[in-house]
Design a protein. Structure first.
Length: 352
């Protein structure tokens, strides 16, 4: 009894510490959100620019270098959803980080995740802006794919050999995540300007030997497969079945003898970071109070996958979808950079 009581006391103490930490974070976020709200309400561009620069500097030094942060990124989210010019600066910054060879792989992966998450979750982002940055990501991925296929022999990337291409997979995940959850952008842009929407040819990326559906979040892989099938563009059912023949790279490993988790390999740890969505619903009430008017909820995202949206899409094909059965053969190359000629357009400013 005494031993049991001792463990219960330790458990209670641990729970109290966790609760205290959570309360502290809530209080700090409340103060910071209040301050940013006051700054934005002043309509003083010089002041907001100064605060934004400081926040962006801290974002680059901490958030992009960390993995799995759950709260602080919403400070940047609040500023960007309230001021479109700040959102443009933020997205340009992220795009430059993704494309830079001087930036670590981890930061480039995080920048891709942040861009995808922000474009999907922001309720105030302009459609032209969303479409532009989606195209930029697609351009990056296409350059990477062409560079990979041009210099290598035909040999498929093995199911355990995805780590050299982490940035490519992170960018592909962002592309597919945006495509599925912002599909109404294509419909609206087609109605406004028939020349504004081009065929993204996502099926080429999906069916390549780099096999991105193998290395991204399963829900995103299944989502893009459903979307492309509804559009009659591609049927990825056999590809998903092909990938299902390999052990999952992301499931927690359990030792059946003692029910203890087995440590992940470096590859699994690297790929696990690709799965993080920085702007998923914030767990803190203090932050949610300020961002909820500008935040697209999961219910809103589900509407994007409606059959009506896909039938109205300019990407809808009246022909049978092409069947992607398995990755075509190419060889893996340990290269983290796209075509050296690729660079983001720093002077872009979409039409209002």
């Amino acid at each position: 009894l005494a031993t049991g009581s001792m463990f219960e006391m330790k458990s209670d103490k641990h729970g109290q510490i966790e609760l205290k930490v959570e309360e502290t974070i809530e209080a700090v976020m409340e103060i910071l959100m209040q301050y940013l709200n006051l700054v934005l309400n002043k309509n003083n561009s010089e002041l907001s620019n100064s605060v934004f620069r400081s926040l962006l500097n801290a974002f680059g030094r901490s958030v992009l270098k960390a993995s799995g942060t759950r709260c602080v990124q919403y400070l940047m989210f609040l500023m960007c959803v309230r001021e479109h010019r700040l959102a443009e600066n933020f997205l340009r910054y992220l795009l430059a980080r993704i494309a830079s060879r001087d930036v670590s792989v981890g930061e480039r992966r995080a920048a891709a995740a942040c861009m995808g998450g922000f474009l999907v979750r922001s309720r105030t982002i302009r459609q032209a802006t969303c479409l532009f940055y989606l195209r930029q990501l697609v351009t990056f991925a296409q350059h990477y794919h062409r560079l990979h296929t041009k210099h290598q022999k035909m040999n498929c990337v093995s199911a355990q050999d995805g780590s050299p291409h982490v940035v490519f997979y992170a960018v592909c995940q962002a592309i597919f995540y945006i495509f599925c959850n912002r599909h109404s952008v294509f419909v609206s842009q087609q109605q406004e300007n028939s020349d504004s929407v081009v065929d993204l040819r996502l099926e080429i990326l999906i069916g390549s030997s780099l096999n991105p559906l193998r290395y991204i979040h399963p829900s995103v892989a299944e989502g893009i497969a459903r979307s492309l099938l509804k559009l009659n563009v591609a049927d990825c059912t056999k590809l998903l079945e092909y990938n299902g023949n390999f052990p999952s790279l992301f499931a927690n490993k359990i030792n059946s003898r003692n029910s203890k988790k087995i440590s992940q390999t470096p590859l699994e740890r690297t790929l696990q970071e690709v799965l993080f969505f920085p702007f998923d619903p914030c767990p803190l009430k203090a932050a949610w109070t300020y961002i909820s008017p500008y935040y697209r909820t999961n219910a809103e995202l589900e509407k994007e996958l409606s059959h009506k949206n896909h039938q109205m899409s300019p990407l809808y094909s009246h022909n049978p979808p092409s069947v992607i059965s398995s990755p075509i053969s190419e060889t893996s190359i340990p290269n983290f950079s796209p075509n050296p000629n690729f660079s983001p357009n720093p002077n872009f400013s979409p039409n209002p």
